[in-house]
Design a protein around this ligand. Structure first.
Ligand code: PEP
Length: 260
């Protein structure tokens, strides 16, 4: 089955030149090695301001390797007086195919609520942009053994009223990202992540009215040494933050996932 690797560049790099360099080095490697990448899809999520330029770079290359663009967020309204926000259609018009929704940094730093996340998911699906819904527990919640309770709550509220009949949940991707593992260099042990994966597979089973289940990714301090461990325990792919800003390291992650 195809594996997905999502690069979340967060608020990096600081110039378009650097963004293009990073994008091109990954993309050129992928182009040269497309024979070993039959089962891997790479989604790069740069800051909004680089999307247009990177989208043009994608269009200029003739043979289309499996790289696609994602955004790190979107707004739920179609248009109007929403200073600073970016609409689903604006993203669609730039060729954006995926969007990260509910990243823990947005939940924690910017106060994004389950209600906002729910609206964003609906807006993305309506625009046929595939949402990557991020969920995960904090360290405090883990210590109190509340992991499943928290994840259930995030899924129930995030997906509220997203009936499979109205919203095509086939396009939904879920990223399990324990908050304590993000950007800390302290990844969740693959065996522990697997327990959560099994819970998520069971919990999301009724979401789909067809046989297709949402894809489930792991994210949180992934590097090239441990990337394959999460694939081995059954995840459909990875969400990579810090390590995606170093092209060599990111390419190593892709190589290791492609071997499985
Ligand atoms: C992320 O940004 O979602 C993430 C997982 O970051 P990192 O890989 O740096 O922990």
């Amino acid at each position: 089955m195809e594996k997905i690797i999502v690069a979340n560049w967060k608020m990096n790099p600081q110039s378009l030149l650097e963004a293009k360099e990073l994008f091109n080095s990954v993309r050129n490697w992928i182009k040269k090695n497309s024979n070993i990448l039959q089962n891997v899809r790479i989604i790069i999520c740069p800051p909004f301001v680089y999307l247009e330029s990177l989208s043009k770079l994608l269009k200029t290359k003739s043979s289309r390797p499996k790289v696609e663009l994602g955004a790190q967020d979107l707004f739920w309204e179609e248009k109007g007086a929403f200073t600073g926000e970016v609409s689903p259609k604006m993203l669609k018009n730039l060729g954006v195919k995926y969007v990260i929704v509910g990243h823990s940094e947005r939940r924690q730093i910017l106060g994004e609520t389950e209600e906002m996340i729910n609206k964003k998911l609906k807006a993305a699906i309506k625009m046929k942009i595939k949402p990557i819904l991020c969920i995960g527990e904090t360290l405090k919640e883990r210590k109190k053994e509340k992991i499943f309770q928290i994840l259930k709550h995030q899924l129930r509220e995030g997906l509220r009223n997203l009936e499979p009949r109205t919203y095509n949940l086939k396009s939904l991707i879920i990223a399990y990202e324990p908050v304590w593992a993000i950007g800390t260099g302290n990844p969740c042990k693959p065996g522990d992540a697997r327990k959560v994966l099994l819970f998520l597979r069971k919990f999301t089973q009724p979401l789909s009215h067809s046989s297709t289940q949402p894809l489930i990714l792991y994210g949180g301090s992934v590097n090239s040494k441990i990337a394959k461990d999460y694939i081995e325990v059954g995840f459909d792919g990875l969400l990579v933050g810090g390590a995606s800003l170093n092209s060599n390291e990111f390419i190593e992650i892709i190589k290791n996932v492609a071997k499985h």
